[in-house]
Design a protein around this ligand. Structure first.
Ligand code: MD3
Ligand code: FE
Length: 206
C-alpha cells in the first residue's frame, strides 16, 4: 500500500531539537524582540482582510503583508523602526542545520492564538530561491499541512510541537504548506494555548 503523498526532497523534521530550558531561553529572546518591534496584525494585499496570525521580525529585513502587497522591509510597518537583531541562539541553529554558507537576513515571528490559522501558500517573496528556510515551533502543538508544488497536489498533515525544528531545503522550499489548527492545552510554555513560529530566511538581491 503506497500513499499518494511523498515527502519532498529537502524536508527535514527535527523533533524536540530544543530542550525545555532552551525553549524558555528562546522565548525570553522573542519577548525582548517583540518589546522593541511589537506584534502587529498583517492584512491581506488588496482586500485589506486581517490575517488571524500576528507577526514581527528579527534581522536586517522583515517580511510584511500590507494592503499594498507582500514585501521584505528593513523597518517595522507601524513603528517604522529597524527590526531587532537576530538572537545568537537562532543564528547558531541556522549554522547547525541549514547547510547554507550565508546567514539568514530575515526571521519572521508568527504568533497564533488558539483560533488562528494560516491558509495553504508557497513562500515565494525571496529572491534566494535555493536557500533553505529553518523553522522553530514554540508553545501549543499545531496541525501543519504540507503539499506539493501545485495547490491541488496531495497533502500530508503533521503535528508540530514545542521545540520542533523543520528544515525546508531543495524541493520542499517550493511546496504549499499551512497551519490548519492549534491544539489547546498542549504546552505550558506560553499562556492561553498560544503558539510562536520562527522562520529564518535568506532574501537575496532582486
Ligand atoms: C514548507 N509558517 O511563516 S513553518 C510561514 O508554523 C509559515 O507558522 C508556518 O508557513 C508556521 O511562511 C509553517 C514551516 C514551514 C515554513 C516554510 C515553508 C514550512 C514550509 C516553506 C516551504 C515548504
Ligand atoms: Fe510559509
Amino acid at each position: 500500500m503506497t500513499s499518494k503523498f511523498e515527502f519532498p526532497d529537502g524536508f527535514r523534521l527535527l523533533p524536540e531539537y530544543f530542550s525545555r530550558a532552551a525553549q524558555e531561553k528562546l522565548l525570553e529572546n522573542v519577548r525582548h524582540g517583540v518589546g522593541i518591534a511589537p506584534l502587529y496584525r498583517a492584512v491581506m494585499p488588496r482586500t485589506g482582510q486581517p490575517l488571524s496570525v500576528r507577526g514581527s521580525n528579527f534581522g536586517p529585513l522583515g517580511w510584511i503583508s500590507e494592503k499594498a502587497g507582500y514585501r521584505y522591509s528593513p523597518s517595522h510597518p507601524v513603528t517604522n523602526k529597524p527590526w531587532p537583531v537576530l538572537p545568537d541562539i537562532l543564528l547558531e541553529l541556522w549554522n547547525a542545520v541549514s547547510g547554507w554558507p550565508e546567514p539568514p537576513e530575515a526571521c519572521l515571528i508568527n504568533y497564533y492564538d488558539a483560533k488562528a490559522r494560516l491558509g495553504l501558500h508557497v513562500d515565494a517573496d525571496e529572491n534566494a530561491k535555493h536557500a533553505p528556510i529553518v523553522s522553530v515551533s514554540l508553545g501549543a502543538t499545531a496541525l501543519y499541512r504540507l503539499g506539493g508544488h501545485a495547490r491541488d497536489n496531495p497533502t500530508r498533515s503533521l503535528r508540530l510541537s514545542s521545540g520542533d525544528v523543520v528544515v525546508l531545503g531543495g524541493d520542499a522550499r517550493r511546496c504549499y504548506h499551512g497551519i490548519d489548527r492549534i491544539y489547546p492545552d498542549t504546552s505550558t510554555l506560553l499562556p492561553k494555548s498560544g503558539r510562536i513560529n520562527l522562520t529564518m530566511r535568506v532574501v537575496g538581491r532582486a
